[in-house]
Write a protein that binds this ligand. Structure first.
Ligand SMILES: Nc1nc2c(c(=O)[nH]1)N[C@H]1C(S)=C(S)[C@@H](COP(=O)(O)O)O[C@H]1N2
Ligand SMILES: [Mo]
Length: 260
């Protein structure tokens, strides 16, 4: 027994080391991580598997992220990363010009039935509202209220095939020269607090924070929470997506699981 405890501690130690590296890095200025053989990048990548295993053991697979009271919402949600995809996507600009009346969310890939939803259809589905804390690797946090459709509802309608392992979130915005995307495994996709959010702090989600639809994955770091999502693709691997590491920042060396 004590052996197991010890190895968990060791795993956590490694996890903390990678976390500290991330905190120093910030979200949008970490050029050297793009280089294949940088030692910090190797450390982060090596720690991926270990942090995930340790966190799943200690936090428990189904554990809920902490939720807060209205009175704990102290400021607006700080816009970060892409804040206006109208500048990089003509398709997005056209959607925004009509207040997203023509927006469609597509659920595709390894599903029995491909699905499309308008924003109005999503808003008419049973919703979940949660007040949670968003933690960015840049070192800031904000508490905000998010409203949306549980991802489990959408996935249940599309019916993932048995081979499906990941949900990949594809976004409209170009960040630098690459399209933003992210992913999580199906356990996290079906987690009760994982929602496709169209509302923030009691109003429509603003463009700066991901309109018309963003993912909230409440036990993960901020970069896992894709804004401006147009497609959710179920896959069994990350091959052929971006640089193949499962997310825009993962392709640049960040941890894939990114659990809190
Ligand atoms: N499409 C997209 N999603 C994104 C980003 C981005 O640049 N583009 N930035 C990520 C990062 S690093 C953070 S901290 C949060 C910021 O969300 P906010 O603007 O609502 O604070 O979105 C995440 N999701
Ligand atoms: Mo972030």
């Amino acid at each position: 027994m004590s052996r197991i405890v010890l190895s968990r501690r060791r795993l956590l130690g490694l996890g903390a080391a990678s976390g500290a590296g991330l905190l120093l890095s910030g979200c949008d200025t970490f050029d050297f991580l793009g280089k294949r053989d940088h030692p910090v990048r190797d450390l982060l990548e090596g720690a991926n598997q270990l942090t995930e295993a340790a966190q799943r053991l200690l936090v428990g697979e189904g554990a809920l992220a902490r939720e807060f009271a209205e009175s704990e919402i102290r400021q607006g949600q700080k816009p970060n990363g892409s804040v206006d995809p109208r500048l990089s996507s003509a398709d997005y600009a056209a959607l925004a010009a009509r207040n997203f009346a023509d927006y469609q969310l597509t659920i595709t890939g390894l599903v029995e039935t491909e699905k499309r939803y308008s924003l109005a259809e999503l808003q008419a589905m049973p919703a979940r509202t949660q007040i949670t804390r968003h933690d960015c690797v840049e070192g800031w946090s904000t508490i905000a209220k998010w409203t949306g459709v549980p991802l489990s509802t959408l996935l249940s309608e599309a019916r993932p095939k048995p081979q499906a392992r990941y949900a990949v979130f594809k976004c409209y915005d170009l960040l630098g020269r690459a399209l933003y995307y992210e992913s999580c495994d199906l356990k996290d996709a079906y987690h009760p607090q994982t929602i496709a959010a169209y509302g923030m702090n009691g109003a429509a989600l603003p463009i700066a924070n991901g309109a018309p639809l963003r993912i909230r994955l409440e036990r993960a770091l901020g970069y896992k929470m894709s804004k401006y999502v147009h497609t959710i693709e179920l896959t069994d691997s990350f091959a052929g997506l971006g640089l193949g590491k499962g997310g825009y920042w993962e392709d640049r060396g960040y941890d894939w699981y990114a659990g809190l």
